[in-house]
Design a protein around this ligand. Structure first.
Ligand SMILES: Cc1ncc(COP(=O)(O)O)c(C=O)c1O
Length: 355
C-alpha cells in the first residue's frame, strides 16, 4: 500500500502537456504572434513593471484589466472572468460544470485543442468526440446526435490545429437548439480573421465567449478570459483562485490593450499579411495539400506520415521548428506551421530550396 492509491484514478491514462524549450531560430510551432513589440513599447512596459509594488498582492480578480477587456467587448466587466491563460478558464469551466447529479458530458468536434478533453478527463467527465468532415468543417448531423444531454461544448473558431473556420449559422442554430448545453466559443485566433467573431453581448445565456492574449502578442503574460452569463461568471469566480493573475501581467496587459492598442493592431496586421507568403511557400512543397488557413497557423497534408516526419526533420535541421501532428487521429500526414516573421519565412524558403 502506498499513498499513490489516493491519486485520482482519472489521472493515470493522461499525459503531461509539455513542450520542451526550443532554441530554434525560427519557432513556428506554438501559434504565437511572431512579431516582437517595438523597443519603445517594451521600455514603456519595463517602466510600468518598475513602478509596481511587488510586496503587495495583485487585485483579487484583475478589475482594471477586466474593465479594459469589457471596453473592447462592449459588456459589463462583471461578466468577465480572468484566467492564468485560457487553459485555466477551460479547467474552471469543467470544474463548475461537472459533478451535478446526472451531470452531462463534454462534446467536442475533433481534432481540436487538446486541453478541452484533457480537463474533462481530469474530472472524470465523459468526452464525446464528433469527427470533422473531410473539409475539416463541423459535421452538423453528428453534432446534433451528440449534443442532447451535453453539459458543455467547446468550439474553437478558428480551430487549432486545423485553422478552419466553422459555419457561423450552424453554431448559432446549435446554441438555440440546445439551451441546456453551455457552448464555449473559443476565439483564441479570431484576431487573424477580422470580422469573424461570434461574440454578442446580448446573445443567449448558454453562449460563452473565450479569449486569450497569448495569440495576440502577449503569450508570456499568461492571460486568458471568458465572458459568461452573470450566473456562470459567479460560479467560475467561486472555482477561481483569488489573485490568479499576477500584477505584472495585469498591468502590462492593460497597457498593451489601451495605450498600445494601435501597435498591437499593427503586429497582427503584419502577421496576417505574412500568412499569405507562408501559404505561397508551403503550396510549393511537393505533393502537399493545403487546407484554408484562418488563424495564424497553416495545416498541410503530405501523402504519408513518413513524408510529414521527413519535412519536420528537414526544417528542424535548418533551424525552423514546426509541429508534426500526423499522429493526431484524422490528421495523418499533417504538419502544422505557425506564421512567422519575414526572416522566419526566408529561412523556411531556404530550407525548402525555394526562393
Ligand atoms: C484554441 C485554443 N484555445 C486556447 C488555447 C490556450 O491558450 P492560453 O492558455 O495560452 O491562453 C490554445 C493554445 O494553443 C488554443 O489553441
Amino acid at each position: 500500500m502506498s499513498w499513490q492509491r489516493h491519486l485520482r484514478p482519472t489521472l493515470a491514462p493522461l499525459e503531461v502537456y509539455d513542450v520542451p524549450p526550443s532554441s530554434a531560430p525560427s519557432r513556428m510551432h506554438a501559434n504565437e504572434c511572431p512579431e516582437p513589440w517595438p523597443l519603445e513599447v517594451r521600455e514603456a512596459f519595463a517602466e510600468i513593471v518598475r513602478e509596481l509594488e511587488l510586496n503587495r498582492y495583485p487585485d483579487t480578480s484583475g478589475r482594471s484589466l477586466r474593465r479594459a477587456l469589457a471596453a473592447r467587448h462592449d459588456c459589463d466587466p462583471e461578466r468577465i472572468v480572468l484566467g492564468n491563460g485560457s487553459d485555466e478558464i477551460i479547467s474552471g469551466l469543467m470544474t463548475a460544470l461537472s459533478g451535478a447529479p446526472g451531470a452531462g458530458y463534454l462534446v467536442i468536434p475533433t481534432p481540436t485543442f487538446v486541453m478541452y478533453a484533457h480537463s474533462a478527463q481530469v474530472f472524470g467527465v465523459d468526452v464525446r468526440e464528433v469527427p470533422l468532415n473531410d473539409a475539416l468543417q463541423l459535421d452538423a448531423a453528428g453534432m446534433r446526435a451528440a449534443l442532447p444531454g451535453a453539459a458543455v461544448c467547446f468550439l474553437a473558431r478558428p480551430n487549432n490545429p486545423t485553422s478552419s473556420l466553422w459555419d457561423a449559422e450552424l453554431i448559432h442554430g446549435l446554441v438555440r437548439e440546445f439551451p441546456e448545453t453551455v457552448f464555449v466559443i473559443d476565439e483564441a485566433y479570431a484576431a487573424y480573421e477580422p470580422g469573424c467573431s461570434l461574440w454578442d453581448p446580448t446573445g443567449p445565456s448558454n453562449q460563452v465567449h473565450m479569449g486569450t492574449l497569448s495569440k495576440i502578442g502577449l503569450a508570456a503574460l499568461r492571460v486568458g478570459y471568458c465572458i459568461a452569463a452573470p450566473e456562470l461568471a459567479l460560479a467560475l469566480n467561486k472555482v477561481r483562485h483569488p489573485y490568479n493573475v499576477s500584477q505584472t501581467s495585469i498591468a502590462v496587459a492593460e497597457a498593451a490593450l489601451t495605450r498600445f492598442a494601435d501597435v498591437q493592431a499593427s503586429l497582427l496586421a503584419t502577421t496576417i499579411a505574412n500568412r499569405g507568403r507562408l501559404v505561397e511557400l508551403l503550396r510549393r512543397v511537393p505533393d502537399a495539400e493545403l487546407f484554408p488557413a484562418h488563424g495564424n497557423l497553416v495545416l498541410l497534408r503530405l501523402p504519408s506520415d513518413a513524408r510529414a516526419h521527413g519535412l519536420v526533420t528537414q526544417l528542424e535541421e535548418a533551424g525552423v521548428r514546426v509541429k508534426d501532428v500526423s499522429r493526431v487521429p484524422g490528421l495523418s500526414g499533417c504538419v502544422r506551421v505557425s506564421v512567422g516573421t519575414v526572416e522566419d519565412h526566408d529561412r523556411l524558403a531556404h530550407a525548402l530550396g525555394l526562393r
